[in-house]
Design a protein around this ligand. Structure first.
Ligand code: GRG
Length: 312
């Protein structure tokens, strides 16, 4: 793939947007502010393990995609929608973080480093690796339900339901389940597709769908944008497989060749590096073509290129 260079205005906008997302996460993160002084210490370790997991330096791509999909689709932006959007963005990042924390556990990938830092269970113990993930998953829905009761409407219920389906037993959890179950075995094309679609693409689909739903787009349009999320999700996962093969350990922040170590069948082991690279380009272009049908958003289109050319 020919390398695209990203100009300073893209990088500046990316930095600003990520910094706004970090502020939202910080404001909406579970904290001990409402507890009496003498009891605060009892929450200390669980809150600290959750905060560590969320603040360990993720790229914040999912909340970013959700907010951009809302901007792309909204005819006019409304304060109550944005308030709920912020909760969904934070909930999405909390769910994504829980999935990484649990994926790193000894029972799953048994990874000691993520984003260049010790994984949550290495820092806080395996028990708190499990609990931090549990807390984040539950808190995501606590946050959404609390915001929903302040200003209720059907589109918000639909958005919450999209998140729960895409993250749940028929979504990300199913993908992780099949991935774990079949590790060490060769995978058929349909098994590999299932794992990519559920484990990785489901949350990205949800980001686009929630943005479009809160912007009051029709169900037909929400299903159309879901397809863009699926294509981007596949491209993103293929890029992840490529990075595991030829990436730079320091840039990625964890050892490469972990798929080989874990005896995982990947897109690269199945189709080879050349086809993997071609498919990343094809799928991300197809995703962009779908998004263009919703309106113009140069930054979103550039972000997609950035995501699939990422080095970490
Ligand atoms: C434990 C139910 C459960 C699911 C785990 C997310 C996941 C499913 C496994 C992690 C391993 C993996 C390769 C997932 C594919 C998705 C992916 C590339 C995640 C990493 O996303 P980034 O790059 O992460 O956005 P950061 O660190 O930037 O937040």
């Amino acid at each position: 793939m020919t390398e695209k260079t990203f100009d300073n205005s893209f990088k500046e906008e990316l930095t600003n947007r990520i910094s706004n997302i970090n502020k939202i996460l910080n404001d909406l993160m579970p904290n001990d502010a409402s507890f009496i002084e003498t009891e605060k210490y009892m929450y200390e370790k669980i809150l600290s393990s959750v905060r560590y997991s969320v603040e360990a330096g993720g790229k914040r791509l999912r909340p970013l995609l959700m907010s951009l999909a809302y901007e792309l689709c909204a005819i006019e932006e409304r304060d109550d929608e944005k308030d709920f959007l912020f909760s969904c963005m934070a909930a999405m990042e909390f769910i994504h973080t829980y999935s990484l924390v649990h994926d790193d556990l000894p029972a799953m990938d048994n990874d000691v480093l993520r984003r260049g830092k010790p994984t949550t269970h290495i820092k806080y113990g395996e028990d708190f690796g499990i609990l931090a993930g549990d807390a984040l998953l539950n808190f995501a829905y606590e946050l959404i339900l609390k915001t929903l009761t302040k200003n209720f409407d059907e589109k918000k219920i639909r958005a919450a339901s999209i998140l729960s389906e895409k993250a749940g037993i028929f979504g990300m959890v199913a993908g992780q389940g099949l991935d774990v179950q079949l590790t060490g075995n060769p995978l058929s094309e349909s098994e590999l597709n299932f794992i990519f679609k559920k484990k990785t693409a489901a949350l990205i689909e949800a980001c686009f769908m929630i943005g479009a739903t809160l912007a009051r787009r029709s169900e037909e349009e929400v299903f159309k944008i879901e397809k863009a999320g699926e294509k981007l999700g596949f491209a993103f996962q293929i890029r992840d497989d490529i990075l595991d093969e030829i990436g730079d350990e320091e840039e990625i922040g964890k050892p490469i060749k972990s798929d080989l170590k874990n005896e995982k069948t990947t897109y690269v082991t199945t189709y080879g590096l050349k086809k993997a690279q071609e498919d990343v380009k094809r799928l991300s272009n197809e995703a962009k073509e779908i998004l263009k049908e919703f309106g113009e958003h140069k930054f979103l289109l550039d972000l997609i290129d950035y995501m699939v050319m990422r080095k970490s």
